[in-house]
Design a protein around this ligand. Sequence first.
Ligand code: FES
Length: 159
Amino acid sequence: MKKQVKAKAASGDKIDQIIDKYQGEASALIQILLEIQSENHWLSKEALEKVSQRLGVPLSRIQHVATFYKAFSLVPKGRHEIHICLGTACHVRGAPRVLDAVQDLLGIRPGETDTDLKFSLETVNCLGCCALGPVMEVDGKYHGKMVPGKVADVLKSYD
Ligand code: FES
């Protein structure tokens, strides 16, 4: 079961500012959603409703766009995204134990976000740097040759 998290939505003012920047142009829908996503780390229902109202674009169309592109999340995400590689090269070198360590420390499973909205956890099949396996990537930074004992130190470096 997904962990329930309380998520802050970007204030209405901030969303208005983003929309104003694009003069409320419906053609800027994707750019506007990308900026709200980047600000909030997800797109709340309230945010989508506001965009719909301000741009005069039906909510159903906005929801369609938001679910179509992988860049958007309709569930709360943490400030930091962790990807644990479970591809073959990483798997045979102990990636499942690294994943266990992350799960134990954060209390979440892949696809979930912690209650502080600090970390979201996902697994991937290969990060393209197999020689460094097991690899844990956080916000695009690769941490190679991971062992369970190093996980806490890596996570501590993110606030
Ligand atoms: S299998 Fe993990 S980086 Fe390729």
